[in-house]
Design a protein around this ligand. Structure first.
Ligand SMILES: NC(=O)c1ccc[n+]([C@@H]2O[C@H](COP(=O)([O-])OP(=O)(O)OC[C@H]3O[C@@H](n4cnc5c(N)ncnc54)[C@H](OP(=O)(O)O)[C@@H]3O)[C@@H](O)[C@H]2O)c1
Ligand SMILES: *[C@@H]1O[C@H](CO)[C@@H](O)[C@H](O)[C@H]1NC(C)=O
Ligand SMILES: *[C@@H]1O[C@H](CO)[C@@H](O)[C@H](O)[C@H]1NC(C)=O
Ligand SMILES: *[C@@H]1O[C@H](CO)[C@@H](O)[C@H](O)[C@H]1NC(C)=O
Ligand SMILES: *[C@@H]1O[C@H](CO)[C@@H](O)[C@H](O)[C@H]1NC(C)=O
Length: 331
């Protein structure tokens, strides 16, 4: 009797493992490695959130291609260890860490002034830092909701502040890391970007809204910069096994996704390939305003984030919420 139960359970576990592994193998098939050997010698890359996950592996690739890599990170100790690891694995001597907390507008302004004072050029800006949705509604010191501040508002301000340098260094590129999770957002209430309307906060919704804003922002910036020599694209890295799940306090993200993603998802290195493709490939040099997946232009972005009128409203509201000053506008 017990032997039968045990064999049935063992068989079910075995079958599930096979299915998950098979799904993972099929899922990971596409764009495991960009083929270009394009060099980044004499070029400078700024990448936010390079202390872990996808950002760390993209930074490593840029270092290998000879770039000066500026890792824009909030945890300097953690980031310095990663910078040393990247230098050791690539032989680069040009990986530096600069302090940036994307959830603080003050930190973004300090970071940008330092970059503008110290750097001569900026060829690639990768806006990658992100959190998976704060479990509770938390306000930052700027009175902005934490998920939106970290994933959207900080990057919105940063890109604006560095725009002059990007233009001077043209041809240059901006890569905005979004997610297909944006497709779960059905409407974007411009009056409620701060998610302050009573009863409206839910961590997953905050995440999906921030990722929708990433695409709307990238498309509007691309249009503003048309023919300026700066191209801007957004992308989804796919489902990737990184720290983002274990950092979440949401039970489902943390324990359900967190335990399955190592089997189902891409490795961080595989997840970084579409960022790298957009940052260095010859064939993406003149593409702008698109959404990418698996190293290809994707038509999976939802109609909501393709709405140019909404993108304009989001841009104007974001300018107001970050308090963008006239001298901070370079478009
Ligand atoms: N993993 C996926 O399946 C997946 C899918 C779609 C999209 N994405 C997107 O991919 C991007 C990278 O995520 P990941 O999966 O690589 O996650 P991760 O391993 O948790 O890395 C996130 C990075 O962002 C940094 N970061 C978080 N908050 C920050 C802040 N306030 N200021 C500065 N840096 C901050 C983290 O710094 P610390 O090291 O200090 O924590 C870390 O370096 C995110 O934008 C995410 O939305 C991921
Ligand atoms: C890239 O590889 C091709 C051939 O594989 C070679 O002709 C070209 O010089 C390489 N480019 C760089 C920048 O190394
Ligand atoms: C990089 O800059 C150095 C010094 O200005 C120059 O000699 C070299 O040719 C440049 N390399 C590339 C790949 O542009
Ligand atoms: C965001 O919402 C809170 C109320 O929850 C409010 O106190 C704060 O001023 C709002 N922030 C901005 C920038 O409007
Ligand atoms: C768009 O989504 C579909 C369904 O998830 C997927 O099969 C397809 O590969 C995606 N497109 C790209 C370019 O990745």
């Amino acid at each position: 009797m017990w032997e039968t139960v045990i064999s049935v359970v063992a068989f079910v576990v075995f079958a599930i493992t096979v299915i998950i592994t098979a799904f993972g193998l099929v899922y990971r098939r596409r764009c495991l490695q960009v083929t270009t050997n394009a060099s980044l010698k004499n070029k400078t890359v700024v990448i936010t959130g390079a202390s872990a996950g996808i950002g760390k592996e993209a930074a490593r690739d840029f270092a290998r291609r000879g770039a000066r890599v500026i890792m824009a990170c909030r945890n300097l100790q953690k980031a310095s260890k990663i910078a040393n690891d990247i230098e050791a694995s690539t032989g680069s001597k040009s990986v530096v860490v600069r302090e940036l907390d994307t959830s603080s507008l003050d930190s973004v302004r300090k970071f940008a002034s330092r970059i503008l004072a110290e750097e001569h050029r900026l060829d690639v800006l990768v806006l990658n830092a992100g959190i998976g949705g704060s479990s509770e509604r938390v306000l930052t010191s700027d009175n902005l909701e934490l998920t939106m501040a970290t994933n959207h508002f900080g990057h919105f301000l940063l890109a604006n502040l560095l725009l002059g340098l990007l233009k001077e260094s043209r041809p240059s590129r901006v890569v905005v890391v979004s997610s297909m999770m944006h497709s779960h957002l059905k409407t974007l209430d411009i009056e409620n970007l701060n998610l302050s309307k009573s009863g409206s906060y839910w961590s997953l919704q905050a995440y999906c809204q921030s990722k929708a804003c990433n695409i709307l922002f990238a498309r509007y910036l691309a249009a503003l910069l048309k023919d300026s020599g700066v191209v801007v694209n957004s992308m989804c890295p796919g489902m990737v096994s990184t720290e983002i799940f274990m950092k979440s306090r949401n039970f489902i993200s943390r324990y359900i996704y967190g335990s399955l993603v190592p089997f189902l998802g891409k490795t961080a290195e595989q997840g970084a390939q579409t960022i790298i493709h957009l940052a260095v490939s010859e064939e993406t040099a003149s593409i702008t305003g698109e959404f990418f997946e698996n190293c290809q232009v994707s038509d999976n972005a939802t109609n909501l984030v393709l709405d140019d009128g909404l993108a304009k409203k989001l841009w104007e509201a974001s300018e107001a919420l970050v308090g963008l000053q006239p001298e901070e506008q370079h478009y």
